[in-house]
Design a protein around this ligand. Structure first.
Ligand SMILES: Cc1cc2nc3c(=O)[nH]c(=O)nc-3n(C[C@H](O)[C@H](O)[C@H](O)COP(=O)(O)OP(=O)(O)OC[C@H]3O[C@@H](n4cnc5c(N)ncnc54)[C@H](O)[C@@H]3O)c2cc1C
Length: 466
């Protein structure tokens, strides 16, 4: 007899597992299918979590090496890369097992294997021994995520030509690493290997890094990374990548038409990610895809088939774990007859380098394009007492507020712990707060968060400490 569920989620990443738990909480008999052999998707296995573990440990290493300049002598600092990698793997295992426990606790049936459509209500599951089973479902949620893309002719071998997945498990520190693409994944991984001793070069097609970010922050970010030793080659187009005896050569052409080759032992290609729609047999059920091969959905995450939904990296919008999670919750609530909703104007984006970079809402460039009149409030961490006390004064907070109503329209931060500070602005924006609301909220002293308050005060030119 074929098992029947009220809801089946395909893909166990942050979108899929959160969706499955919410569906079960709402009383639906739910199953989740995952092909990877471990839960948590890209994020927990080869994305957010292992990258943050390495970012943290490499930063500890860098800091430890500089402690003697601050009066703390601890002798020669030595890197044990394999131990560092084991530490990262331990964090991944604990978290992925934790998700398995959560599914069990919420009575979600976890089915290991690759799911594909047999019909609009039936899914085939093939396990890694090639055994096939089928299940039936009233509602199906596609949450199959995304995968790294490479450049034409450059296959990932994950040793010399690597995706972020390979860059998370290199067995030795490369002498020289080329990062193709100046987006957040390339800059995070480039920072890790630069701190551990590699000479890191970033090759970027555009004239600025982190496309889509507020330009002032992006310029400041690049300045700081340069100071840290990362070398940038802007407006260089990669024409070809070829492996050689020592590693690989990246052939580029700059905006003036000059050709330049770069040789290195490792090349990280971080030029974007593509939605995982292959192998789902979507043609069988006639699911529409958009021009980028993403599953097309309406605002309720419904595809052109009324019982089939899609969320996360496989649909349009920022490829971020928390966006996938929020969509997972919203679609579960919609299926259960509630009114699930995601506010795309308040999805924060964080880059976990040192210093961190965080943004939410509109950038100055977007406000100009939309012809919205705005005021700017800015405050430098150089004038923040906590940052000064611990010698961590790089960066600033920038708040954009509507010129007439003072409503906060966006915020862009670079500096210590701004990945945490951005949450305050997110809550403020959800409540439709004005910059004055933030400015009049009491912030503890001495904290980094006072820089947010001062930036809010500065919108009306009344910051106290600058
Ligand atoms: C190096 C790196 C660092 C990142 N850092 C961050 C960060 O700091 N913060 C952040 O917000 N985001 C980060 N991201 C992005 C984040 O990982 C993704 O946005 C997020 O994982 C998307 O979640 P998802 O559930 O849509 O898909 P995924 O996490 O990709 O999960 C989809 C799952 O579906 C499974 N699957 C696919 N097809 C099938 C099938 N047919 N049957 C069964 N299972 C299937 C896959 O195996 C996968 O496990 C990072 C990504 C990378 C690569």
């Amino acid at each position: 007899m074929v098992d029947k569920f009220q809801a089946v989620v395909i893909g166990g990443g942050p979108g899929g597992y959160v969706c499955a738990i919410r569906l079960a909480q709402l009383g639906l008999k739910t199953a989740l299918i995952e092909s990877r052999g471990s839960l948590g998707g890209t994020c927990l296995n080869v994305g957010c979590i292992p990258s943050k573990s390495l970012l943290n440990l490499s930063e500890e290493y860098r800091k430890a090496k500089n402690l003697s300049s601050k009066g703390i002598e601890i002798g020669k600092i030595k890197l044990n890369l394999s131990k560092m990698m084991k530490n990262k793997d331990k964090a991944v295992t604990i978290l992925t097992k934790g998700v398995e426990f959560l599914l069990k606790k919420n009575k979600v049936t976890y089915l290991k294997g690759t799911g594909s459509f047999k019909s609009k209500n039936e899914i085939k599951i093939k396990d890694n021994q090639n055994n096939e089973t089928s299940i039936q479902a009233d509602n199906i949620i596609i949450a199959t995520g995304s995968d790294s893309v490479t450049l034409k002719g450059a296959e990932f071998d994950e040793k010399i030509i690597v995706s972020s997945t390979g860059a998370l498990k290199l067995e030795q520190v490369p002498k020289k690493m080329l990062v193709v693409g100046g987006g957040y994944i390339g800059l995070e991984m480039g920072s890790v290997w630069s701190r551990l001793g590699a000479e890191v070069h970033v090759i970027e097609f555009l004239d600025h890094i982190t496309p889509g970010m507020d330009k002032e922050i992006s310029n400041e970010f690049m300045k700081i990374l340069k100071k840290q030793g990362i070398i940038f080659h802007m407006q260089h187009k990669v024409e070809k990548i070829k492996k050689n005896k020592l590693g690989a050569i990246v052939f580029t052409i700059d905006k003036e038409g000059n050709k330049k080759d770069f040789e290195s032992d490792v090349v990280l290609i971080s030029v974007g990610r593509k939605p995982n729609t292959n192998g789902l047999n979507l043609e069988k059920v006639g699911i529409d895809l958009d021009e980028k091969n993403r599953v097309k959905t309406d605002k309720n995450f419904r595809t052109n088939q009324d019982n089939i939904y899609a969320i996360g990296d496989v649909i349009s919008g920022p490829m971020l774990a928390h966006k996938a999670e929020d969509e997972g919750i919203a679609v579960a609530e919609n299926i259960a007859g509630q009114s699930g909703h995601v506010n795309y104007d308040t999805i924060p984006g964080v880059i976990y380098t040192t210093p961190e970079v965080a943004s939410i809402g509109k950038t100055e460039e977007q406000l100009k394009d939309l012809n919205i009149k705005y005021k700017i409030g800015k405050f430098s961490f150089m004038a923040n007492s906590r940052a000064k006390a611990i010698d961590d004064g790089e960066g600033f907070v920038k708040i954009l507020a509507d010129e007439k109503t003072d409503k906060v329209l966006g915020a862009h931060l670079i500096g210590p712990h701004v990945g945490e500070l951005i949450a305050e602005i997110g809550v403020a924006m959800e409540f439709g707060a004005s910059s004055e609301d933030i400015a009049r909220t009491c912030h503890a002293h001495p904290t980094f968060s006072e820089a947010v308050k001062e930036a809010a005060l500065s919108v009306d030119k009344r910051a106290i400490h600058s």
